[in-house]
Design a protein around this ligand. Structure first.
Ligand SMILES: C[S@@+](CC[C@H](N)C(=O)[O-])C[C@H]1O[C@@H](n2cnc3c(N)ncnc32)[C@H](O)[C@@H]1O
Length: 250
């Protein structure tokens, strides 16, 4: 069947990574069953608005129906390229969670939802609602991969990227991504992020000795990711990453 979406165009390549300008709904240069781990943070409109004050209006709105439709079409491709025993982490929000979970469950075997607790919170309705300081991450698998390290709990404390350092409005912290990459891959494995934004997941993968494949539909972000990756001089190797804080149960 002919795929109607933009074909992948190579922007940068090294022994550690490949970066493409392309559409997650058409992974035409990625062979079937070649990816060990997928980490994605697909676009949801409201997230754009609440995370960054300086965005241009045209960057702010991707409606929820559109976001679900993009995700559904990209899941066909993501499932095709994932190896038989491989893992997927998908960032979402509590208000998108029912729809994203149902969709994810129709393609993959959903194992958990992880709660990422941040060190700060969004604005929202200051008097009428609780301040949101979490993000939800669906952990799903194809086949039966195992997690590495100890049996950790599903509440993860990691600091958010400070707003003055953001180079993408929805930028995720490298420490959190390194933690997920450690748990679900080994050195030399291939990690895919086909909604990579500024490339945080690819930077994290390469820093831990994995091979990273990053794709974004906005070529500006592919170039930003390339610049970030060129700054990695000394990868850490296969380091076990710990959450940055501890949950104190009373
Ligand atoms: C939530 S952001 C990812 C941010 C990233 N986690 C980071 O740390 O910088 C989602 C990204 O998906 C990209 N995107 C939107 N639709 C896409 C599509 N169909 N295919 C590939 N990328 C897409 C957007 O350009 C945006 O950069």
């Amino acid at each position: 069947m002919i795929n109607k979406y933009m074909e992948m165009k190579l922007i940068a390549q090294s022994p550690d990574y490949s970066l493409y300008h392309g559409d997650a709904r058409n992974l035409n240069l990625i062979p079937d069953r070649s990816i060990d781990l997928v980490i994605i943070d697909a676009p949801y409109g409201i997230e754009y608005i609440s995370h960054h004050r300086k965005l241009k209006p045209k960057e702010m709105i991707i409606g929820d129906d559109k976001a679900i439709s993009i995700l559904r079409e990209s899941f066909w491709e993501i499932k095709r390229v994932m190896k038989e025993n491989s893992s997927l982490y998908l960032f979402t929000r509590w208000d998108m969670y029912p729809r994203v979970l149902e969709l994810c469950d129709s393609f993959f075997d959903v194992r958990n939802v992880l709660l990422w607790i941040k060190n700060n919170w969004g604005m929202g309705n200051l008097k009428g609602s609780y301040a949101t300081c979490d993000e939800w991450i669906i952990y799903a698998v194809k086949g039966n991969p195992e997690l590495r390290g100890g049996r950790d709990h599903n509440v993860l404390l990691f600091k958010e990227v400070p707003s003055v350092k953001l180079i993408h409005p929805a930028q995720k912290p490298v420490g959190l991504l390194q933690y997920l990459i450690y748990k679900s891959s080994k050195p030399g494995d291939t990690v895919l992020d086909c909604f990579m934004g500024s490339g945080s997941s690819i930077v994290s993968a390469v820093s831990l000795g994995r091979y990273g494949i990053g794709i974004d539909i906005d070529e500006k972000y592919v170039r930003i990711a390339k610049a970030r990756l060129e700054q990695i001089t000394m990868p850490l190797g296969d380091l076990e990453i710990e959450p940055e804080g501890e949950i104190v149960w009373k």
